[in-house]
Write a protein that binds this ligand. Structure first.
Ligand code: FAD
Ligand code: 2HG
Ligand code: ZN
Length: 470
């Protein structure tokens, strides 16, 4: 499209959302920033519709003009999926942030896509319910983005990832039609489950404008412990015991490496050494129940005493108050936030069967250290569901830019091991731009071909988040 025609289309798009829905000049900068600092966005316009109707009208105009659309939520994604390009328009859902309905008896909430995750959690709590999706970016990521990336986070073990929490969706399709699939049903076997196509599609098949989500009883007892361990195998053995002993009550099981604690103590604000002695590995465990008389504290103490007798756990602390509990989780969150302080960091968001987590960490750490002596593996995360953030920090004092040029080389070493163990090269962050070539490398040809057929069927003009995922 020539620039005169593009200007005409953009003018019509701006008229749909009005001045409140147009972001211009320096105000647009945050929409073009990308979390990892790997990409820089651009766009003909940044548009913020206030309703599904406005979003649908925007998409219809773009479709008629064959203008690319780049959907965006809170822009906290870690794979470059929300990076826009100057050949199209960025549609940000942030103004569509209403909770449309909360049905406490049905244990469901219907929210617009731009609803910030923490707001959704608060709305559930106000109705004595729990919306369990929880992740470090919850103060700014949006439920539409969470569903589009099929976000995971710290409660997947008990409640599943975003996909498992969705009962229904409302979606603007790439031609501007609105599909209303906002059903609050746990059982519904009426043909293909269309919502599943859009969940985890990273904006390549349509724009999610609202969702009906599952709620749960609010936890009445929560117990949290941080434990120090010698070996990664011991961490996973502890996990097996904790899961067997507490069943569904185990809501979180997170891995923290010593390098992460050192980093947080050095660069974070107001942190203290969490245990009396230092340990190579730490496990952050949380158990919870909606019963008020479950005596979880005794259960956790019993579990830990047995693990210490078996010489699995060397030391540990159980949070005595909500403030202490928050402090333990603050360490976990700071692990991710502070990692850039160690210089260049090559990312891997992988999963393997839980039974292979220890083997993966040992093998992958050895392989990358052999390739680059002094490289600093920084493995952390949701090992209770097999998800390891296997990030690789540059050797101390190395040149950051030179190190980061080896991104693909280290991805290949790590991902080959992941795949040999039956794992996945993207556990929870998605493919976006960052892993598109890796997906093309590792996915079976039939898998890729089928994905392309789905894309072509729903978005034959190829205007919905082009260049992402496949
Ligand atoms: P965006 O970043 O805006 O977009 C992500 C993708 O979804 C893009 O492809 C975009 O085009 C598409 N998209 C967004 N909204 C829509 C919509 N309404 N319709 C269609 N497509 C849309 N992720 C985890 O899974 N687990 C974690 O534990 C976790 N922790 C994090 C901690 C920190 C500190 C940070 C910065 C990020 C973390 N993330 C985590 C990554 C990120 O928060 C999630 O991927 C989140 O789900 C993205 O939501 P968002 O609204 O920011 O989406
Ligand atoms: C987390 O679990 C996030 O903290 C971020 O998913 C992981 O930075 C990362 O690699
Ligand atoms: Zn994570």
């Amino acid at each position: 499209m020539d620039s005169v025609a593009a200007a005409d289309v953009v003018g019509r798009l701006k008229a749909v959302v009005g001045p409140k829905g147009v972001v211009e000049g320096t105000d647009a900068a945050p929409y073009f920033r990308e979390q990892r600092g790997l990409y820089r966005g651009a766009a003909l316009a940044v548009l913020r519709p206030a309703s599904t109707d406005e979003a649908a009208r925007l998409v219809a105009i773009c479709a008629a003009a064959r203008l690319p659309i780049y959907p965006q939520g809170g822009n906290t994604g870690l794979s470059g999926g929300a990076v826009a390009a100057k050949n199209g328009v960025l549609i940000n859902l942030g103004r569509m942030n209403r909770i449309r309905a909360l049905d406490a008896l049905n244990f469901t909430v219907t929210a617009e896509a731009g609803c910030v995750l923490a707001e959704l959690q608060r709305a559930a709590e106000a109705a004595d319910r729990l919306f369990p999706l929880s992740l470090g970016a919850e103060g700014s990521c949006q439920i539409g983005g969470n569903l589009s990336t099929n976000a995971g986070g710290v409660n997947v073990l008990r409640y599943g990832n975003a996909r498992e929490l969705a009962l229904g969706l409302e979606v603007v399709l790439p031609d501007g039609q609105v599909w209303n699939g906002l059903r609050g049903l746990r059982k519904n076997n009426t043909g293909y489950d269309l919502k599943q196509l859009f969940i985890g599609a990273e904006g390549t098949l349509g724009i999610i404008t609202a969702a009906t989500l599952k709620l749960f009883p609010r936890p009445r007892e929560v117990e949290t412990a941080l434990l120090g361990l010698r070996r990664i195998d011991d961490v996973m053995e502890l996990f097996a015991r904790a899961r067997a002993a507490s069943g569904d009550q185990l809501t979180g099981f997170e891995l923290i490496p010593r390098i992460g604690i050192d980093n947080v103590l050095r660069h974070g604000e107001g942190f203290r050494e969490p245990l009396a002695t230092k340990h190579p590995w730490y496990a952050l465990i949380e158990i919870s129940t909606s019963r008020g008389d479950a005596q979880l504290r005794q259960a956790l103490e019993g579990l830990l005493a047995a693990a210490m007798d078996a010489d699995l756990v060397q030391d540990g602390t159980i949070a005595e108050s909500e403030a202490q509990r928050r402090e333990l989780w603050r360490i976990r969150a700071a692990l991710a936030e502070q990692q850039e302080k160690l210089g260049g960091s090559i990312k891997h968001d992988v999963s393997v069967p839980v039974s292979k987590v220890a083997e993966f960490i040992v093998r992958a750490s050895a392989a990358v250290s052999e390739r680059l002596p002094g490289i600093r593996p920084y493995p952390f995360g949701h090992v209770g569901d097999g998800n390891i953030h296997f990030n690789l920090m540059q050797p101390s004092g190395a040149d950051k830019a030179v190190y980061l040029k080896r991104w693909a080389e280290f991805n290949r070493i790590v991902h080959d091991i992941v795949v040999s163990l039956g794992g996945s090269i993207s556990a929870e962050h998605g493919i976006g731009l960052l892993r598109r070539d890796e997906l093309a490398h590792y996915a079976a040809p039939l898998e890729l071909e089928t994905m392309r057929k789905v894309k072509a069927a729903l978005d034959p003009l190829g205007i919905m988040n082009p260049g992402k995922v496949i």
